[in-house]
Design a protein around this ligand. Structure first.
Ligand SMILES: Nc1nc2c(c(=O)[nH]1)N[C@H]1C(S)=C(S)[C@@H](COP(=O)(O)O)O[C@H]1N2
Ligand SMILES: [Mo]
Length: 363
C-alpha cells in the first residue's frame, strides 16, 4: 500500500471514530444527535474495535510497527500505535468490564483520546513528506506549497474542535472522580453520592421548565405551575446505588406515574415501553408496563419535605421502588410512551434492565 493510501485510510477511520466519540461524550453534540445517538454509539464501538484491532494486530501490514516506517525514524509512529492500543483496551474495558473497571476505563479512554487527537495534530504539522531532497527540488513549484497548506488546514480542523472540547472532557473525567471519591456532595442530603454523567449539574429554571409527554397523539406539556395541581403521594424508601451505598428512610413525594399516564390515555398494550429523558441531554431510562404496574414508580419533586437539591435532580426525578438508584433519572423533563425501548444510559453499559436489588453482582 502506498504512503498516501495508508494515510487516507487512517484519516477515514480516525475521523469516523473520533467524530462519533465526541458525539457520544459531549453533551451539546449528544442533544443535537437525539434519536441518532444509538447509531452513533454502534458506529463508534464497532468502528473502534475493527480499526483498533487492525492497527494493533496486523501491525506490519496496516501500521508500521515496530520500526517499519518508510523513513526509518523510530519513536513517532510507535507512540501513535501505543495510543490506539490504549484506546482499544480501555474501550473494551468500558464495554464489558465490571463497574470499577469501567470507572477506571472511562478516565483512561478520555485521556488516551485527548492525547491521540493532540498526536494527530502534531503528526500533521510536524512530519515532512518523505521525498528525497533531489526529487523535492524537481517537483517544487513556486507559491505556497500545497502540501503545507493542506497540512495546516487539516491541523486546524482537528485542533479547533479539540480546544472546544477540552473543558467538557476534563469536566467529565473530574466529575467522575469527585463522584467516586464521595468528597463534595454538591448540596445533596448526607449519605447520597450525587452522580452526573455530564459536565456538572444542570440548573433548571422553573419559569421555562416544561414536563413533556410524548407518544399519545399530540405532545402535551406541563408548566411547573400546572404540575402543582396534580395529586401527590408519599413513599418512604431506602435509596440504594448499585455501587453499594444506601441512604435509609428517604421520603419522596410525587405523582404516581401509572395513574398519570393512564389518565392521559396510555394503552400499555400498544405502547409497552415508557422512556425517560433528562434535561442533561444524556441520561435516559426506560421501564416496561409490567415494571410500572408492579412497582408504582413516582415522578418525585419533593424529598424529605423539600424541593430536590440541584445536584439531586431539581425539579423532578423518577423513583422506582425496589430498583437501584440508576433507575432514578434526575432532571427529568420528558416522558415518552413507545412501542420501542430507549435502553437506559447504564443499561447500555451492562447494568440489568430489571434493576432489582441484588440483580447486579459485577463489582
Ligand atoms: N440524570 C442523571 N440521573 C441519574 C444519574 C446521573 O448520572 N444522571 N445517576 C443515577 C445513579 S447511578 C444513582 S445511584 C442516582 C444517585 O442519586 P443522587 O444523585 O441523588 O445521589 O441517580 C441516578 N440518576
Ligand atoms: Mo448508582
Amino acid at each position: 500500500m502506498s504512503f498516501r493510501q495508508r494515510h487516507w485510510r487512517h484519516a477515514g477511520w480516525l475521523g469516523l471514530v473520533v467524530f462519533t466519540g465526541f458525539a457520544l461524550y459531549l453533551t451539546t453534540w449528544r442533544s443535537a444527535l437525539g434519536p441518532l445517538l444509538p447509531a452513533a454509539q454502534d458506529v463508534h464501538e464497532f468502528g473502534g474495535i475493527i480499526y483498533g484491532a487492525a492497527v494493533v494486530g496486523w501491525s506490519g501490514r496496516f501500521y508500521p510497527w515496530p520500526g517499519r516506517r518508510a523513513s526509518g525514524a523510530p519513536g513517532f509512529t510507535q507512540f501513535g500505535w501505543f495510543l490506539i492500543a490504549g484506546l482499544l483496551v480501555t474501550g473494551v474495558g468500558l464495554l464489558v468490564g465490571p463497574s470499577l473497571t469501567r470507572a477506571i476505563a472511562t478516565v483512561g479512554h478520555a485521556a488516551f483520546a485527548a492525547t491521540l487527537v493532540i498526536w494527530v495534530v502534531w503528526h500533521l504539522l510536524a512530519s515532512r513528506p518523505r521525498v528525497a531532497p533531489a526529487m523535492r527540488d524537481r517537483v517544487a513549484k513556486p507559491g505556497i506549497p500545497r502540501r503545507a497548506l493542506l497540512r495546516w488546514l487539516g491541523g486546524a480542523a482537528v485542533a479547533v474542535p479539540l480546544v472546544a472540547a477540552t473543558p467538557s472532557l476534563l469536566g467529565m473525567v473530574g466529575g467522575r472522580l469527585v463522584g467516586a471519591a464521595g468528597g463534595t456532595n454538591g448540596g445533596a442530603k448526607p449519605g447520597f453520592v450525587p452522580y452526573t454523567v455530564v459536565n456538572g449539574f444542570p440548573r433548571v429554571d422553573l419559569t421555562t421548565w416544561r414536563l413533556t409527554l410524548e407518544g399519545l397523539g399530540t405532545t402535551r406539556r406541563w408548566t411547573w405551575e400546572e404540575w402543582q395541581r396534580e395529586s401527590v403521594q408519599h413513599l418512604t424508601v431506602n435509596f440504594r446505588c448499585v455501587t453499594g451505598w444506601v441512604v435509609p428512610d428517604v421520603r419522596f413525594s410525587g405523582v404516581n406515574l401509572e395513574a398519570w399516564l393512564v389518565h392521559h390515555g396510555w394503552d400499555p398494550i400498544q405502547h409497552p415501553w415508557v422512556n425517560f429523558y433528562s434535561a442533561d441531554g444524556v441520561y435516559t431510562e426506560s421501564l416496561n408496563a409490567a415494571q410500572i404496574h408492579q412497582h408504582q414508580p413516582i415522578l418525585a419533586t419533593i424529598m424529605d419535605g423539600q424541593a430536590l437539591p440541584v445536584a439531586q435532580g431539581f425539579p423532578m426525578r423518577l423513583y422506582v421502588p425496589r430498583m437501584y438508584g440508576y433507575k432514578a433519572i434526575k432532571w427529568l423533563d420528558r416522558v415518552q410512551v413507545s412501542s420501542r425501548e430507549q435502553i437506559g444510559f447504564w443499561e447500555q453499559r451492562g447494568y440489568p434492565e430489571n434493576a432489582y436489588y441484588g440483580s447486579y453482582t459485577g463489582i
